[in-house]
Design a protein. Structure first.
Length: 207
């Protein structure tokens, strides 16, 4: 499968080098699970690092490492069946997947905050939008990156579908609308809050 929209080369390099936070890594893994082209590119970029690693002197692993890994796996909740791809997100989902969802002053839109350890100001969210529903016009105060997990949306004449990667720069103002045929699921990493326009913005400022 090859989506139409992909992360920039700099993001792929950061992923290979391990220079990203947990949200950025999970976001990239969601895209790679649905994009054969970027997965192949990551494999190619990783080869040079693998050669360098192979030349390093091996270090002895702690004797309890395997048991610690098994214990961590046992603690992770099983991914909910509703999601089209969940392995990268599973560590950040609670056992009760139906709890914690919130609205955003818009009918048909719900979001769930995922809570890996992140730098200050960075957020990580799973969101779902009902078929055909618009999301209110809003302003991005920082960069937002997202991956469409299922369904899709239209935004300023551009159509995004499963696997597509989107980057919204700070100061971008838009109002995306879910496609008609099915519910739209996205996972997003944000570097600042959004600000709604109109009466929603007034309520947001007063809250």
């Amino acid at each position: 499968m090859i989506p139409r929209l992909h992360p920039p080369e700099s993001r792929l390099l950061d992923h290979v080098a391990g220079g990203t936070d947990a949200a950025a890594r999970a976001l990239m893994e969601c895209h790679l699970a649905m994009c054969d082209a970027c997965a192949a590119r990551i494999a190619g970029l990783s080869q040079a690092g693998g050669v360098l690693l192979a030349r390093q002197r091996p270090l002895a692993a702690p004797p309890d490492l395997f048991n610690r890994i098994l214990a961590q796996v046992d603690q992770e909740p099983p991914p909910p069946a509703e999601l089209p791809f969940t392995r990268a997100l599973a560590p950040y989902l609670t056992a009760d997947f139906n709890r914690g969802w919130r609205g955003a002053l818009a009918a048909g839109f719900r979001f769930l905050e995922l809570r890996p350890e992140l730098p200050k100001g960075v957020g990580f969210f799973l969101a779902r939008m009902a078929p055909g529903r618009p999301f209110p016009e809003h302003l991005h105060q920082g960069t937002e990156e997202l991956v469409v997990l299922a369904g899709g949306f239209e935004d300023g004449g551009e159509r995004m579908e499963a696997g597509d990667w989107s980057t919204m720069a700070a100061a971008t103002c838009h109002a995306p609308r879910a496609l008609d045929r099915e519910e739209c699921w996205v996972v997003a990493r944000t570097e600042a809050d959004i600000r709604f326009k109109g009466w929603r913005g007034l309520i947001q400022r007063l809250a």
